[in-house]
Design a protein around this ligand. Structure first.
Ligand code: SF4
Length: 423
């Protein structure tokens, strides 16, 4: 039975206390954020596509943790079976450390080990991941021709069928992994000792709590730190009023739902090209709220229908307030010059306006999201994470997709509340 896995090892590299808590007090973890869930889903989608690059493989994924040992022995026996050339999620164990390798492919009389990443570039953490896998594979005496990272090609443009040979890039990390083996052996031995201790290591909070990932014990370790988020927000009202101009014009609030699939869906798109899959417009005629909603979740190829609809529905308003993390003008221009011409002059991206007006609150320090701005302005209220909408919008479950319209509307109302409160 293993003691460490790839994820616990990476935790230990980030902070030994996080590793200890994970192994001994897992119930202290924070709730998984929607953003983390969205990332996880993205990774799974790309991982399945990467398997198709090496078709016909045997899927070794254990159905439960109790299957790990069985799968490990099957993996080792499959390596010697000439009828098996590719395995997905093959299980290896060495030095009390278990890994599941995304893909392993026969390469002459050796094997090529591949770890899949759903990103456009490779970070140092990915190299360390791969070095650990290499350590375990070598410990299992797997003859390796190479250890590679497989990731998305930022320059790939889809034309017709997905061309997997162009969509993915490979980077050998064997040399790096070789040079890192002593460090890994030492770390593993150290981590095994730490886990056995009666108390968690005394490690003060610091930069490691956010880097390279936000630690899942953040809530626990930071609970006694004086809460700066109790302090009210600050803003330079002079800049704000200058930037907002005449707020008495007929105003609509626009909530655009962008989707950035890791794997391009339409011809002409690259990985992570974004497009509009829904929107909600909120306005008020002096007595009643008017809501206009549109989405193309049932058939995303209809996304371009959003453009004429936006122009038509926003025609009667002099200003359109939105809150977008991206440069909305540039985004609209890329979609369609006409819509850019029609809308740009009256669009106010409240996010940019607030940033330029030095809006500050502890909550927005690391993430200037609508949720965090809303909760800084209205300290007794909460809003959900935007990733919830993306997760529901791309869900296979119809009931979840049906929640998207009302969530877009709720965000839009939060936007209006912030705008009315500050303007
Ligand atoms: S919150 Fe910081 S100190 Fe606490 S376990 Fe995580 S990384 Fe370590």
């Amino acid at each position: 039975m293993h003691i460490l896995s790839k994820s616990t090892y990476i935790k230990g590299e980030q902070c030994e206390k996080a590793l200890y808590l994970f192994k001994n007090r897992p119930f202290l973890r924070d709730k998984l954020s929607m953003e983390q869930r969205a990332k996880f889903k993205r990774g799974t989608d790309v991982g399945l596509l990467a398997q198709q690059y090496f078709p016909g493989g045997l899927n070794m994924t254990p159905s439960s943790p109790s299957q790990f040992d069985k799968r490990f022995h099957e993996t080792m026996s499959n390596l010697g079976n000439p009828a098996i050339n590719v395995m997905y999620e093959a299980v290896f164990q060495y030095d009390d450390t278990l890994i599941m390798l995304d893909i392993i492919v026969r390469d002459g009389d050796k094997w090529r080990a591949i770890e899949v990443k759903s990103s456009l570039s490779l970070s140092p953490t990915y190299y360390k991941d791969a070095a650990l896998q290499y350590y375990v594979l070598k410990g299992c005496n797997v003859p390796l021709s190479d250890m590679q990272l497989m990731y998305l090609n930022a320059d790939y443009v889809k034309q017709g069928e997905l061309d997997l040979s162009q969509l993915f890039l490979f980077q050998s990390v064997k040399q790096y992994a070789e040079s890192y083996q002593d460090v890994i052996a030492k770390n593993i031995s150290n981590f095994k000792n730490i886990i056995k201790q009666p108390h968690s290591p005394k490690i003060p909070i610091g930069n490691q709590c956010e880097t390279p990932y936000r630690c899942e014990f953040h809530g626990y370790c930071w609970k006694d730190v004086p809460n700066e988020s109790d302090k009210p927000y600050t803003i330079d009202y002079k800049s704000l009023y200058n930037l907002l101009g005449d707020t008495n014009q007929p105003t609509a609030y626009l909530n655009l739902l962008f989707y950035r699939p890791a794997v391009p869906i339409f011809d002409g798109d690259k990985p992570y090209t974004e497009f509009i899959i829904g929107f909600s417009i909120l306005s008020n005629n002096g007595r009643y709220d008017r809501v206009y909603r549109w989405n193309c979740l049932d058939d995303m190829s209809r996304w371009k229908e959003s453009i004429p609809l936006l122009i038509e529905q926003l025609a009667g308003y002099e200003r359109v307030v939105c809150f977008a993390p991206q440069n909305i003008t540039a985004s609209l221009q890329r979609f369609n010059l006409d819509v850019a011409k029609e809308l740009n002059y009256k669009i106010i991206n409240l996010r940019e306006v607030l940033q330029q007006s030095d809006f500050h609150h502890e909550k927005v320090k690391n993430d200037f999201s609508l949720k965090n701005v809303y909760e800084s302005v209205f300290t007794d209220k909460t809003l959900f994470e935007h990733s919830r909408i993306i997760l529901n919008a791309t869900s296979d479950n119809l009931a979840e997709r049906l929640l998207v319209d009302s969530d877009l509307e709720l965000e839009n109302k939060a936007l209006r509340d912030i705008y009315n409160h500050l303007a």
